[in-house]
Structures are given as structure tokens and as C-alpha cells.
Design a protein around this ligand. Structure first.
Ligand SMILES: C[S@@+](CC[C@H](N)C(=O)[O-])C[C@H]1O[C@@H](n2cnc3c(N)ncnc32)[C@H](O)[C@@H]1O
Length: 231
């Protein structure tokens, strides 16, 4: 029981066990089938480039990948010069992996509620990709508490960006009632048209995302979204 909101994903413990043998075993294990079922590994670069295109700023910003899992998405973001990237995650196995294999990461080994006070009003963007269980429940009090807790770490003009698939019971159901200043963007499958020029148009022209939503409906597939919440 490492994660205060449930058991840590099994793949994290398996990867930490591989690291007990050697770094080489850990790296080999990351390549095994389904090792990325809880945290993105081989497709992480698609997610990091899309979030970069979405944020679309030349300003220097501080970004936190909260509930970062293995941290591959955050490490992908580090290649953008104007991004100062931080990662946070409560799992003990991830702490061991990141501290040993990726010691250069700005890693914060905390859950949302335990992030240190010195990071209050600190981040321009906090990104949370599929940070469940709290985003996949109908528990509005829990969501209210955690969104308030995480928002304290945003600068006045900062934003939270949740990336997630719509589930039966989840944060989407409570957005209005939580009384948040939010906007939803529909996303294409990560591997499609992953180009800056395309996303520059796509995120601006609302009509295109309505069209994509329709395609998902026709094929009866779950659509992925960004939920952007202003502080
Ligand atoms: C499905 S994984 C996603 C990992 C990563 N964001 C990605 O997309 O590759 C969900 C992650 O959220 C983390 N998590 C769950 N509840 C959390 C909380 N209250 N605070 C911080 N992280 C949390 C879990 O430990 C887990 O690593």
C-alpha cells in the first residue's frame, strides 16, 4: 500500500523488483509487453509533444506532471527549452526508480495533498494524465478537496490540465457542480497527425473537434479529452 488512494499499480512494483537486480534488468523490463499499461513508456513522446503544442507558448514556464508514473511524458517535456519540468508521484516504487535511474529529474515524491508548501503559487501549468482513482469516481467531495489542494500550487494565471478518457463515473460528471472555470477539448488518437502545424489549427477551430467527436461516436470508441481549469 504505497499510494494513499489505493494499491500502487502492479507494473510499478515489478519494475522496482527488476531494478533490485540491475539497471539493465529494469530497462529490459520496461520493453516488455503491457509494462506500459499504467504509465506511458513507448508512446510517451506523443503525449509530451501534444501537450507542448497545446500550451503553445514561447514564455518560460514551470510545469508539473502530477501523478507522473514512470515520468516518461515529463522527460519528453524536458527537451523544450522554455519548459522547466517537475514530476510528482506518491508511489514508493516510482520514488526508488526515479531516484536511482533518473536522478537528474526534479522529482517530488508526494501525493497531491502532500506537496510541500514551498511550491505554493509556483507552477504555470499542472498536468494530470489519467490520475485515477480520484478522477474516475463520482466522489465530488474528494475531487473538490484535491482540486483545491493542487490549485494552491498554481500561479494566479496558472491552469490545471487534466487529460483523460470519459468513463461512466468520473470528474466530467461533476465539473459544473464543482463550480470551476473550465473548458473541454476533444483529442485525436495520439498517433494521428501528431504535428505542430496541425494542432495549432485543431485546437483553435472548434468545428474540427466536433467532427472528431462524431467519428468516435460512429465507431463507438471512448474519446480522450483535455479538461483545462483556470485557477
Ligand atoms: C494511470 S497512472 C498514469 C501515470 C502517468 N500520468 C501517465 O499517464 O503515464 C495514474 C497515476 O496517478 C497516481 N496517483 C493516483 N492518485 C494520486 C494522488 N492523489 N496524488 C498523486 N498521484 C496520484 C498513481 O500513483 C499513478 O501513478
Amino acid at each position: 500500500m504505497n499510494n494513499p488512494f489505493g494499491n500502487e499499480p502492479t507494473t510499478y512494483s515489478q519494475l522496482a523488483e527488476a531494478l533490485n537486480i540491475s539497471k539493465d534488468s529494469y530497462h529490459k523490463k520496461t520493453l516488455q509487453k503491457d509494462m506500459d499499461s499504467h504509465s506511458q513508456i513507448k508512446d510517451a513522446h506523443f503525449f509530451s509533444s501534444r501537450i507542448k503544442y497545446f500550451i503553445n507558448t514561447k514564455k518560460n514556464i514551470k510545469i508539473l506532471d502530477c501523478g507522473c508514473g514512470l515520468g516518461f511524458i515529463a522527460r519528453g517535456l524536458k527537451k523544450y527549452k522554455n519548459f522547466e519540468v517537475f514530476l510528482s508521484e506518491p508511489s514508493e516504487s516510482i520514488k526508488k526508480i526515479i531516484e536511482n535511474v533518473y536522478p537528474e529529474d526534479n522529482f517530488l515524491p508526494f501525493s497531491i495533498e502532500d506537496l510541500p508548501k514551498k511550491f505554493h503559487n509556483f507552477f504555470d501549468v499542472i498536468y494530470l494524465r489519467e490520475v485515477y482513482p480520484f478522477t474516475r469516481t463520482s466522489d465530488i467531495d474528494l475531487q473538490d478537496r484535491l482540486i483545491k489542494a493542487i490549485s494552491r500550487h498554481l500561479k494566479e494565471d496558472g491552469v490545471l490540465i487534466f487529460e483523460q478518457i470519459k468513463n461512466e463515473k468520473d470528474l466530467f460528471c461533476n465539473l459544473k457542480e464543482l463550480n470551476l472555470d473550465y473548458k473541454i477539448f476533444y483529442l485525436m488518437p495520439t498517433k494521428w497527425l501528431n504535428f505542430e502545424w496541425f494542432y495549432k489549427i485543431y485546437f483553435k477551430v472548434h468545428f474540427l473537434s466536433i467532427f472528431i467527436r462524431l467519428i468516435y461516436k460512429v465507431f463507438n470508441k471512448k474519446i480522450n479529452h483535455f479538461i483545462v481549469i483556470k485557477k
